[in-house]
Design a protein around this ligand. Sequence first.
Ligand code: TLP
Length: 338
Amino acid sequence: MIDLRSDTVTKPPLAMREAIAAAEVGDDVFEEDPTVQRLEQAAAERLGKEAGLLTASGTMGNLVALLTHASPGDEVILEADSHIFNYEAGGAARVAGLMPRLVSGRRGTFDSKQLAAVLRPDNIHFPPTTLVCMENTHNASGGSVLDQPTVQETAAYARERGLALHLDGARIFNAAAAADVEPAELCEPFDSVMFCLSKGLAAPVGSVLVGSRGFIQKARQRRKLLGGGMRQAGVIAAAGIYALEVMAKRLTEDHRRARCLADALTGLGLTVMNEVATNIINIRLSGDLSAYALLSAWRSAGVAALPRDEKNIRLVLHYEISDDDVTAAVAALAQILG
Ligand code: TLP
């Protein structure tokens, strides 16, 4: 199976499994797991923050951040196509008790004018707004890298207004690789950042939330509240350290293959909707073509991908997809379309 459904499908490579087997562990709820501590410190350093907290998933990391920055009844500004708003089971409202207010970005980026337009004046009729979230790379628009000068400008405005800033950086290492900068540079405007070890970095499980020492101390309690305090989690953290040290260096390969695949699909007459800056391709079908029917035929030919809806398909490149896989996937599709 050539699996283009997500970079989450990546299985841990052998050397990562060896690191897992060799991990020194302890009880992390007692803060006695040396490998977890090493990962949290390394992650914080890479992202330019003081401290880190290992979470079971990206969804949990984002939720812990919401619970730590804001109080029930507060309003949180989310981008309309963001993962937190659309694909995290409504946790912001249901678990954190927050009221989402949406701002529509351009490929995920929104400026201070757009932010100002949704901020409410100080008045007893309105909930207090305490937090602004962004997402880099922006999944829905095809792994777009946010426009950093605009991010800085929006963040400066938010800060002036006393708002906290959280970044859903599930794929921040893809963003940094594409922009050819250190991830810390992209994370600088934010108080907290969550990134995933289990996507393009190929760890079997885990995300890390980073921020100031005080923020992470408070977040540790929120993680416990959600049942996310783990014991000998060094087995997870060992994979995470390998992911950071080794896998983060090879993401540009996925980006190169994504561009090759996008060009080949354009050659077949399909419409690629995004610029393909990282590892995600969004395709829009025209005419009578149905995403479900096309994907079902492609699957029979050994290629899996996910529909976004009836007319839109998402393809995701990752380290288990080779140049030959790209060629084979295109050949199979050519036959279906032909
Ligand atoms: N995204 C997954 C699925 O939810 C669709 C994927 O395959 O892309 N933030 C962003 C931007 C994400 O893309 C995801 C996962 C998460 C957060 C949540 O991470 P997990 O799946 O670890 O909870």
